[in-house]
Design a protein around this ligand. Sequence first.
Ligand code: ADP
Ligand code: MG
Length: 255
Amino acid sequence: MSISIEKLEDDLKQLRLVETAGELANILRNAEKESLTYRELILKITSYELGKRDERNIAKRLKWAKFPYMKTLSDFDLTKQESLTKRQLKELEELSWLEQMFNIVLLGPPGAGKTHLAIGIGLEAIQKGFQVIFISMGELVNMLKTEEYVRSSQVQLNRIRKSDLLIIDDLMYMAMDQREANLLFHLINHLYERSSIILTSNKSPEQWVELIGDEGITTAILDRLLHRVEVINLNNDSYRMKHRESIFTDKSVQS
Ligand code: ADP
Ligand code: MG
């Protein structure tokens, strides 16, 4: 009995193996050419479908993560950042801290590479199957304040609460009032020992107290954030300043 390719494609689609359905003719042709065994052929089919699903999942998580720009850890130049060793960078990249739900605080002046490093780690985590969300402190506070009546805030906060890694960029760039600090506390408390947080800040944790205002809430937030944490100081000269582009073609004008 000859079985038409269309019939097989239809069946695959009904089984929701849509990717394989589209590729079936090629898969069969190659199987004949390479004289695959039955098992090898089935493995080809299952791994093709699973590979495509992985790709789709990564693309979806990348979209949800909302990175402001894409910078990888391999773009991160350690010769420009002497306060981080090659070994530390490798440990960050291996993500065992994420599996153990450690937090990371990245400190340093503007341009030190905090955001770049955080995005690089986030991209790595997405590739390895984790759910990651990137958000600036300002946006986060705003989302928390509007959660009750803004649908997009609800959606993104639900993702944040379910994420494996939340990156909060530029913590404490602003002073918070009591209500904002409370909302932030509840979120941090929810994530505590459930996910990892990366915080970037150009202020040291001692200065965070002044910015949050209420000392009780600040202590409660810091307790949870700093309970299992790696603090990394990126405190050499600003990379941005050294590598800035200039509107002047005559370089001597700048110096
Ligand atoms: P920060 O968040 O600390 O203010 P960024 O991470 O935004 O600084 O870095 C500013 C710019 O400089 C970015 O374009 C970033 O890619 C680049 N940069 C900073 N440090 C490095 C580094 N060590 N290697 C490569 N690029 C860097
Ligand atoms: Mg930054």
